[in-house]
Design a binder for this molecule. Sequence first.
Ligand code: DX5
Ligand code: ZN
Length: 230
Amino acid sequence: MPAPPKTPTLAPSIIAADPGRFAACADEVLRAGPNWLHVDIMDGHFVPNITIGPDVVRALRPVVNEHDARLDVHLMIEEPQNYISDFADAGADTLTVHVEACPHLHRVAQQIRATGCDVGVAVNPATPLGYLDGILPFVDLTLVMSVNPGFSGQRFIPESTAKVQRLRRQLNALGSSAHLEIDGGVSPSNAMELIRAGADVLVAGSAVFGGDQSVAQNIEALRSALTLKV
Ligand code: DX5
Ligand code: ZN
């Protein structure tokens, strides 16, 4: 198995925080060390849940700026092409769309690129990686869903690890430096395995904002799970 990359990125998913205190929770978690904040946008159509829109992303931007962090926006919405400029204007750094929602994926990627945001593409658990073949050379980030999107706190789908390995091999074969982000059910118990499989960005919602421990303690637990024991 290859050695894990030196600096895995942790991207706490703010949707798992207290909805009445998103900005304060974002500040708390970024204070604990991570320099990405993952924001899940759900429309009640592409996924069976509704979360937040561009105005909340805009409200999070100054907090993210204070910590010199990145705003990683995951669009789980139908017709994402209609909202790219709204989310870019709201302050997203990366905009990730789902291949399942984009019959004209290359056009949407161009549209995101034109806003100046990094381009991300995501695949659901049942979607074969082959759907990414034509777009990989154009993207900055790939996202493997390791739960069926819609809710925080679901159980990790174990087959996702092998999918990460296959995608990492594909990216390497292309000489791509695109991020490989894994999203759903990430916890201290599988974090290292996922980094070893080839992920370099770990999204974590309930493992960061849930449970009895403080956010800082949860971040520390994830961090120590990622520390190589020699
Ligand atoms: C799932 C979202 C995830 C989710 C992660 O639909 O895309 O980002 O909030 O939450 P956990 O880590 O609890 O699975
Ligand atoms: Zn997400």
